[in-house]
Design a protein around this ligand. Structure first.
Ligand code: CA
Length: 246
């Protein structure tokens, strides 16, 4: 898989896990029409295989699957270091209130009760995606990434926190930009060095750490979005649920 396989600009990929073919087709139709790309799984085993092969941006999960309870699948996603950050929306039946509560306890992000309106589901998905990954938009010819009170102006090389320019250096900006483009994937120090400085910088891995340390400091309440993955490198994770402010 290419390094930049999950770069910004590609359609969001939704994994639909549902064993009822009619519902699956209906979902697929509406998501494709709306410009999403979809993967479908009719049971838990298929879902796990797809997660491993081609991690989606969001999972829609029916709780009643033939081979596995949807809740156990959700739990596995949340405990998997590669996938724990992927947002999960549960499809529940009327009368499944208990499951819904359990679902939230184990980390599902939202739910929709069957029978549902596809329009409502799409709205929920779009809001969950922008809550999770932030939003990149073109404003007055300048591409902007926004997450809560953080605003990254991609062409002006500026980062604003609650409206205030925090004064990042070019190097800090390029590191941030690369992490944003990696879309949640972990980048090694070597990859960051090569992408930002443009050549191998063997033996000077600490350079990246030093710049990221300063960048985190400037990001203030959003510092936690830049996560160190021990022994591997760094990733940008906009989910700050466990760290408070958004
Ligand atoms: Ca089902």
């Amino acid at each position: 898989m290419s390094d930049r396989g999950r770069r910004e600009g590609r359609p969001s990929r939704i994994l639909l896990v549902e064993d009822e073919p009619d519902i699956l087709n209906l979902l697929r139709y509406h998501f494709l029409e709306r410009g999403f790309s979809t993967q479908t799984a009719a049971d838990g085993a298929q879902a796990l295989e797809l997660l491993r092969r081609e991690p989606p941006d969001l999972v829609i999960l029916d709780l009643m699957l033939p081979d596995m309870n949807g809740l156990s699948l959700c739990k596995r996603i949340r405990h998997d270091p590669e996938h724990w950050g992927i947002p999960v929306l549960m499809l529940t039946a009327l009368g499944q209130e208990e499951d819904r509560i359990t679902g939230f306890e184990i980390g599902a992000d939202d739910y929709v009760v069957k029978p549902f309106s596809p329009r409502e589901l799409l709205l929920r998905v779009e809001s969950l995606l922008s809550r999770t990954y932030g939003r990149t938009a073109e404003a007055a010819g300048n591409a902007v990434y926004e997450l809560g009170g953080m605003r990254v102006e991609l062409e002006a090389y500026r980062v604003l926190i609650h409206g205030e320019d925090v004064g990042v250096t070019t190097t800090e900006f390029l590191l941030l930009q690369d992490l944003l483009r990696a879309n949640g994937r972990v980048l090694s120090r070597e990859q960051l060095l090569e992408q930002v400085w443009g050549y191998e910088f063997a033996g000077y891995d600490r350079t990246v750490d030093t710049h990221l340390h300063r960048l985190r400091h400037k990001l203030g309440p959003y510092a936690a979005c830049i996560q160190t993955v021990r022994g591997i490198g760094y990733r940008f994770n906009p989910r700050m649920d466990s760290h408070g402010e958004l």
